[in-house]
Design a protein around this ligand. Structure first.
Ligand SMILES: [Zn+2]
Length: 99
């Protein structure tokens, strides 16, 4: 027993902070990491192929193909900075979102 060294304590706090941050970011996201990964890959391919027309049309195509409710997904993606397809690719990377 005894007081843990400061370094361990700092690391523990940092881990806890990171976890809380990830939880806050993903709390409103109605997609799992696997789903977000699939979505970003799908949209990325279509943005490369067809470009981004400043809407979420590719995103919504994927959402429709998955038979998911679009509104909560769009709201969550916008929360992450994904207001159009190319922004979804840039700002909604599952590595960043889920840590
Ligand atoms: Zn765009």
């Amino acid at each position: 027993m005894g007081t843990p060294p400061d370094e361990n304590r700092r690391e523990e706090l940092r881990d806890r902070y990171k976890r809380a941050e990830t939880e806050a970011r993903t709390a409103g996201l109605p997609l799992s990491r696997e789903q977000l990964t699939a979505l970003v890959e799908f949209v990325d391919a279509l943005v490369i192929e067809e470009g981004c027309d400043h809407t979420l049309r590719h995103t919504l195509r994927w959402v429709g193909e998955q038979s998911l409710a679009p509104d909560p997904i769009v709201a969550a993606l916008e929360e992450l900075g994904g207001f159009c397809d190319c922004e979804v690719v840039m700002n909604c990377d599952p590595e960043d979102v889920f840590g």
